[in-house]
Design a protein around this ligand. Structure first.
Ligand code: AMP
Ligand code: MN
Ligand code: MN
Ligand code: MN
Length: 294
């Protein structure tokens, strides 16, 4: 499904405000992503690498050279109620010192965690996974489960990355290592104090009880968060309805993003999601002053 038929109150804008480059766990460079977004009809774009803003200037420069309006972005890993939650930040100042320091601290534990993951995999007979995963890493500070997944596919252990996660990398599996990421309040404040908008990423992916999910939304708002992804590559049609209702209940702005990582892996390409439900206020209305244009 291409584009956005958002007749009614919302402007018909093909915004894609969530994706990853090789600066985190995507496979394309920021310039190639900008070209792909533009070719796919994206009209407002943000690169949102995990815990990292090192690709922002490259993404913006490439986007503006194509006439594609750009918002600075990132996706921060947070621990909430014992689970990992992702908070997308949009439209912040990339030079904000507290944000830069907070992201660096969040990236900090990844190497030790990756070594523990490799030790867990070695116990089930998969040797050398740390070195194997490193071959796929574009940014040494950002070794992630995705890089282990690529290594286990390329070495023939699994046929695709989804199978790797199912068998080895999710909670209860041998390569899973619980990790303490940023706190919800810190992540939201790093973003908002840098002039940006904080957005709960793909809420339909978390395995929370109804009470825990309610607490996540309530605390997120209390910390100054103001958006939620309603239409994302991780949501199906039932999630679109559920999180549209939640956006209205919690008076949150709605975001839309493919979460594209790689042409060979991702099920949703840049710019190909359905429109936001017309009853919602798009997050890009509030971000208009933060949009960068050529
Ligand atoms: P990490 O930050 O190292 O925990 O890695 C998380 C990343 O792994 C996410 O951002 C996704 O790109 C990917 N991922 C997480 N869960 C899955 C899954 N079930 N199937 C495929 N990819 C996943
Ligand atoms: Mn990822
Ligand atoms: Mn995510
Ligand atoms: Mn993502």
């Amino acid at each position: 499904m291409r584009g956005c038929d958002n007749s009614g109150v919302n402007p018909p804008l093909n915004a894609d405000l969530h994706c990853h480059s090789a600066v985190s766990d995507g496979t394309l460079q920021p310039e190639a992503l900008a070209a792909r977004a533009h070719a796919n009809g994206v009209e407002l774009w943000a690169l949102t690498d995990h815990d990292e803003i090192g690709g922002q200037r490259r993404a913006r420069d490439a986007a503006l050279a194509l006439g594609l309006p750009y918002l600075n972005g990132t996706e921060i890993s947070v621990t909430f109620a014992g689970q990992t939650v992702h908070i997308v930040g949009l439209g912040f100042d990339v030079d904000d010192a507290a944000l830069v320091a907070g992201l660096a601290a969040t990236r900090g534990g990844r190497e030790a965690r990756a070594r523990e993951m490799a030790a867990g995999l070695a116990q089930v007979g998969i040797e050398g996974a740390f070195e194997g995963a490193l071959k796929y890493v574009g940014n040494p500070e950002l070794i992630s489960r995705t890089h282990f997944a690529r290594h286990l596919v390329e070495s023939g252990v699994c046929s695709d990355t989804y199978e790797v996660f199912r068998r080895f990398l999710i909670e209860g599996k041998p390569g899973y290592v619980p990790h303490r990421w940023a706190s919800l309040g810190d992540a939201v404040r790093w973003i908002t104090r840098a002039g940006g908008v904080a957005v709960i990423a793909h809420p339909g992916r978390y395995k929370f009880s109804a009470n825990e999910e309610y607490a996540l939304f309530t605390e997120f708002k209390a910390h100054g968060g103001s958006g939620v992804e309603v239409v994302t590559g991780s949501h199906g049609p039932a999630d679109f309805v559920k999180y549209a209702d939640m956006a209205l209940e919690f008076d949150l702005l709605a975001s839309r993003g493919s979460d594209f990582h790689s042409p060979g892996e991702s099920r949703t390409d840049l710019g190909t999601l359905p429109a936001l439900p017309a009853r919602l206020t798009p997050v890009w209305q509030a971000l208009e002053p933060r949009v960068q244009r050529a």
